[in-house]
Design a protein around this ligand. Structure first.
Ligand code: CP
Ligand code: NVA
Length: 295
């Protein structure tokens, strides 16, 4: 593993190692045992889009590991003012030990990785959110004891869904993806899932997807950067909202932030079925497991 631009930059064995390390680090944190695996190391965090969980979990995680993280927003570095990605990659490589980047275009993160001589971690692009998938897999394992479970994805087939599809293929998790017509995950990711030994069931019927599922997962209908498509997307996703009635007694996952009243009702998110806070916490542990192996 050199970079983490998507979940399948890891082999299945490496993914298992990251999750095991994450569980171990979670236990050590719970018991107050120091774990300065990255003492003296620095991480640059490039953000083209806003973030609560990604920023705070990475920054705090580096502190737990004995390292240091630098927040670099759009107006903080020359990248936001025209300095090329390749130059940024080469300069950062001379200062820090790892770069985490949240960018619009996935190709911008892969270009960073191409020119960096240090590991590059994808903190979300329009096409992928592999750090979320790590936390999701950790959460599913905590909930069910393994990956012998079925998950119904109900919502947009973009970044979070796409990385989950690959992660499910790598862990033999049974995944059904319900999206409105035209908002599916894309042929490329389905082909890649096939190469990884799995393939999600696709449908445009949320209730059919949920019927046999152990766990339900949703995400916002209007992702960061899609604000201009808002009206069109709200119309396309009508009928896909997760309500307590639809959820039944299944756990509800959501990467957050949630848009209550759109993809999920307030009652569903506030119910005891929602495991979203555990899922958000697991971003911290999962990413520490990743960084401790990568840096
Ligand atoms: N789930 C997630 O990535 O949240 P943030 O946008 O707050 O980082
Ligand atoms: N699909 C959402 C995920 C946020 C973590 C977005 O891209 O805005």
């Amino acid at each position: 593993m050199t970079h983490f631009t998507d979940i399948d930059d890891l082999t299945s064995d490496e993914l298992a190692d990251v999750l095991t390390r994450a569980e171990d680090l979670k236990e050590r944190l719970r018991h107050g045992t120091a774990h300065p695996e990255l003492a003296g190391d620095s991480m640059a965090m490039i953000f083209e889009k806003p973030s609560t969980r990604t920023r705070i979990s990475f920054e705090t995680g580096m502190t737990h590991l004995g390292g240091h993280a630098l927040f670099l927003g759009p107006n903080d570095i020359q990248l936001g003012h025209g300095e090329p990605i390749r130059d940024t990659a080469r300069v950062l490589s001379r200062y820090v030990d790892v770069v985490m980047a949240r960018m619009f275009d996935h190709s911008d993160v892969t270009e960073l990785a191409e020119y960096a001589s240090i590991p590059v971690v994808n903190g979300l692009t329009d096409d992928a959110h592999p750090c979320q998938t790590l936390a999701d897999l950790l959460t599913i394992r905590e909930l069910t004891g393994g990956f012998d479970a079925s998950v119904a994805w109900v919502g947009d087939g973009n970044n979070v869904c796409r990385s989950l599809i690959k992660g499910a293929a790598m862990t033999d998790l049974d995944l059904t993806v319900a999206t409105p017509d035209g908002y599916g995950p894309g042929r490329d990711v389905l082909d890649r899932a096939g190469d990884l030994g799995g393939s999600p069931t696709l449908t445009d019927d949320p209730d059919a997807a949920i019927a046999d599922a152990d766990i339900v997962y949703t995400d916002v209908w209007v992702s960061m950067g899609q604000e201009d498509e808002r009206e069109q997307k709200l119309a396309a996703f009508e009928g896909f909202q997760i309500t307590p009635e639809r959820l039944g007694d299944r756990p509800l996952m959501h990467c957050l932030p949630a848009h209550r009243g759109e993809e999920v009702t307030d009652a569903a998110l506030e119910s005891d079925n929602a495991v979203v806070w555990q899922q958000a916490e697991n971003r911290l542990h999962a990413q520490k497991g990743l960084l401790a192996g990568l840096v």
